[in-house]
Design a protein around this ligand. Structure first.
Ligand SMILES: C[S@@+](CC[C@H](N)C(=O)[O-])C[C@H]1O[C@@H](n2cnc3c(N)ncnc32)[C@H](O)[C@@H]1O
Length: 247
């Protein structure tokens, strides 16, 4: 399989992505955040979620990412966020350092989920919470991306773990499921020139993993659809897997 290079993607990532308010709201509803709460964003990327959390709470916010290029963007955005290069499977912080750990749109890049949960268990206090934002296989099939670029669905099912698999591995590593929260599924979205620009910049990692022919075919499909103006589709939404570390 082709590789995704986030040091390259970091240059355009913020042109094509921003935080989802439903995810931020879920964090604020589920976690009691005070000025002593320590929060770690694993695979924080350019800091879209760390930045907003730092601005709207008084918690101590940390971010790790495998890509130095992505972390450079966090520093440009917000100097109060403490960042370190690190992997989900090898987190550069001491035991019991955090009250809340989250990852948004990252777990499909992690190859050893068992090791990741072992690390989450090690760095969290007892009763600490985890939120994993991802998509189920059903939601991958529902994506309009899968309609326009059909081969992305198969590629992503080889990278993503389905929700039950994530929960099983979490349970085996000392976590209890709080809930699976489905967000934004079925929400109407309008796709126009912004969406086309995003696709032309290959702003989603799965577009780097299909053949150039499939990519060009998909791009033409979108161009034909939106040449009369914008089109409407339903969002596939996401799944938030909420877990708590057993006491
Ligand atoms: C799709 S981006 C998501 C970034 C951010 N969480 C967001 O929602 O905007 C995926 C990020 O995961 C990082 N990443 C990939 N594999 C990783 C790993 N094993 N450990 C930590 N970060 C990783 C990439 O460098 C990239 O910044």
């Amino acid at each position: 399989m082709k590789k995704v290079n986030y040091n390259d993607i970091s240059r355009i990532y913020d042109d094509v992505r921003e935080e989802e308010r439903a995810i931020v709201n879920s964090f604020l509803n589920e976690v009691e955040i005070t000025d002593t709460t320590k929060i770690l964003d694993v695979g924080c990327g350019t800091g879209n979620y760390t930045n907003i959390l730092e601005k709207i709470t008084n918690a101590k916010i940390y971010g790790i990412d495998a890509s130095e290029g992505m972390l450079e963007k966090v520093k440009e955005k917000n100097k109060n966020i403490i960042t370190k290069v690190g992997l989900a499977t090898d987190i550069p912080f001491e035991d019991c350092a955090f009250n809340f750990v989250y990852m948004t749109d990252v777990i499909h890049h992690v190859t050893d989920i068992n090791k990741m949960f072992l690390e989450f268990n090690r760095i969290l206090v007892n009763g600490g919470k985890v939120c994993i934002s991802t998509q189920s296989y059903r939601q991958i099939d529902l994506r309009y991306m899968s309609e326009f670029f059909p081969s992305t669905a198969a590629v992503d099912k080889t990278r993503y773990q389905d929700i039950e698999e994530i929960i099983k591995l979490a349970r085996e590593n000392g976590f209890r499921l709080i809930k699976n929260q489905i967000i934004d599924e079925g929400k109407e979205v309008e796709l126009g020139s912004d969406y086309l620009e995003l696709l032309e910049k290959r702003g989603y990692s799965m577009l780097h993993l299909i053949t150039d022919e499939d990519y060009k075919d998909g791009l033409n499909r979108v161009k034909n659809e939106i040449k009369e103006g914008s089109i409407k589709r339903k969002s596939a939404g996401g799944t938030l897997v909420w877990l708590v570390k057993n006491k």
